[in-house]
Design a protein around this ligand. Structure first.
Ligand code: NCN
Ligand code: DMD
Length: 337
């Protein structure tokens, strides 16, 4: 679907008029939750999860039928500094692997019944090295965000935004540092497994890139200056999902850096999103704290591709099956204490 913005002013305007959850569906779901055959609260966070989902879908007894995974790929100029364990050509090679069905996320998407689309963005045109200057022009940022927006199928009932991009943990760390502050080392991890000298180069690049922006930078400008195309596309996709009232399961460190941009640009911009997992990348736990999100899973993943978000579909599906399928005390003839 064509994005309803063609310039930064239009994008900023959208962030001020975000759809809100359906209050009537939420209260009906709360009433239903209280009547189900279990001790109050016994399904723990599954109860919250089901009611959250009901509120965004506008129905007290929802099912999850059309989950969508959208994977975005981009290349990064900063890779020339030796900040990744892998060369940049792996990005395009993995896109081929996604298209052929051979990546981990293909198997996970199939396991959890999600459709999957792959969106390589200008792989032959890496972003500029963000240590030296802006990673993207305004037009490039808008193009990438529009690709993300358009990738979201309005009839889907769940979105997982995933990514592939050699060097993108460096970009994600710089975004986090610029928006949250602290020390570059706190936000910088090993990504695909860079060695100690590479980690030192990466941390230095993160520090220098964020320092270029000065204190309290504008979040959308941070995305343009330090982001990658796939990160901008994920931000566009998460925003589109909000527009269509499609709940989102966030993936790993890079996905969460895209989410952070929206979170800082507009309070509540991630109310339709839940953290699918907490990964092993240094900085992800801190990033989730900054987002105020508790993860559903913690499996030490550090893959990206949307993998942790897709795995969490199973948890959400379980929550919805209980909420929408269980009998009430009255229906089952069980004394409600
Ligand atoms: O999602 C994560 O938390 C995550 C953590 C570490 C690595 N990755 C993936 O690894 C790639 C980036 O790693 P790097 O070392 O090249 O910056 C990129 O393709 C990501 O999908 C992803
Ligand atoms: C092989 C490989 C697969 C990936 N999937 C996501 N990021 C990746 C990085 C590499 C290097």
């Amino acid at each position: 679907m064509t994005p309803p913005f063609s310039d930064l002013a239009g994008l900023r305007a959208l962030l001020t008029e975000l759809p809100v959850p359906d209050a009537a569906a939420l209260s009906a779901a709360q009433v239903r939750n209280a009547q189900l055959t279990k001790p109050a609260g016994a399904l723990g966070r599954l109860e919250e999860l089901a009611m959250w989902y009901a509120s965004w879908r506008g129905t007290p007894r929802p099912r999850l039928e059309r989950p969508q995974v959208a994977i975005f790929a981009g290349n990064h100029g900063v890779v020339a500094r030796g900040v990744s364990a892998f060369p940049a050509e792996v990005t395009a090679q993995m896109v081929g692997n996604f298209e052929a069905g051979g990546a981990a996320v293909n198997q996970l998407a199939e396991t959890f019944g999600a459709t999957m689309t792959v969106h390589p963005i200008a792989l032959d045109r890496p972003t500029a090295d963000f240590v030296e200057g802006p990673a993207m022009t305004e037009a490039e940022l808008l193009e990438a965000m529009a690709i993300g927006w358009s990738a979201v199928d309005p009839v889907s009932d769940l979105l997982v935004a995933g990514e592939m991009g050699i060097g993108n943990t460096c970009s994600a760390s710089a975004i986090a540092l610029a928006l949250e502050g602290g020390r570059a080392q706190d936000w910088t991890g090993r990504g695909t497994g860079v060695d100690a000298p590479g980690l030192a180069r990466k941390s230095e690049a993160v520090a220098q890139g964020a320092a270029r922006l000065g204190p309290d930078p504008d979040p959308i400008e941070v995305l343009r200056q330090l982001g990658g195309r796939e990160i901008a596309a994920m931000a566009g996709a998460i925003l589109a999902a909000r527009h269509h009232r499609i709940p989102v399961l966030l993936d790993g460190f890079i996905c969460c850096s895209a989410a952070l941009v929206l979170h800082r640009a507009a309070p509540g911009a991630l109310d339709h999103a839940v953290a699918g997992h907490q990964g092993a990348e240094a900085g992800h736990a801190r990033l989730l704290q900054a987002l105020g999100k508790a993860p559903l899973l913690a499996l030490d993943l550090r893959l990206g591709e949307g993998s942790g978000g897709v795995l969490a579909i199973g948890v959400l599906r379980g929550a919805l099956a209980c909420h929408s399928g269980m009998a009430s005390f009255a229906e089952a003839g069980v004394s409600d204490g």
